[in-house]
Design a binder for this molecule. Structure first.
Ligand SMILES: [Zn+2]
Ligand SMILES: [Zn+2]
Length: 91
């Protein structure tokens, strides 16, 4: 292969947290906060950091349950688009 161009470099970008790439971005199209961190994960980490510093008792297990509940309710609102293929979703 010839030397990498800027476009090739962009094609190699991959978020170290969620694994999104230029070719397979997050479902809400994201941009790069750092060269290997997308802005969606960057904002999530920032929110989590604020929570960790600010919460009276930052209980990550309890927070994970809250996130799960939120995801489930969001999933229900999105369900009509993907209810048929849920079992078929694999990487
Ligand atoms: Zn990400
Ligand atoms: Zn992303």
């Amino acid at each position: 292969m010839s030397g990498p161009t800027l476009e090739d470099a962009a094609a190699w970008l991959k978020c170290r947290v969620c694994g999104c790439t230029e070719q397979a971005p997050c479902s809400r199209p994201c941009s790069w906060a750092q060269e290997d961190l997308c802005d969606l994960c960057h904002r999530a980490a920032g929110a989590l950091a604020e929570w960790t510093l600010g919460a009276h008792r930052p209980n990550r297990a309890a927070l994970a349950r809250e996130v799960e509940a939120r995801v489930n309710s969001l999933f229900r609102t999105m369900a009509p688009r993907r209810c048929a293929g849920r079992e078929a979703m694999h990487d």
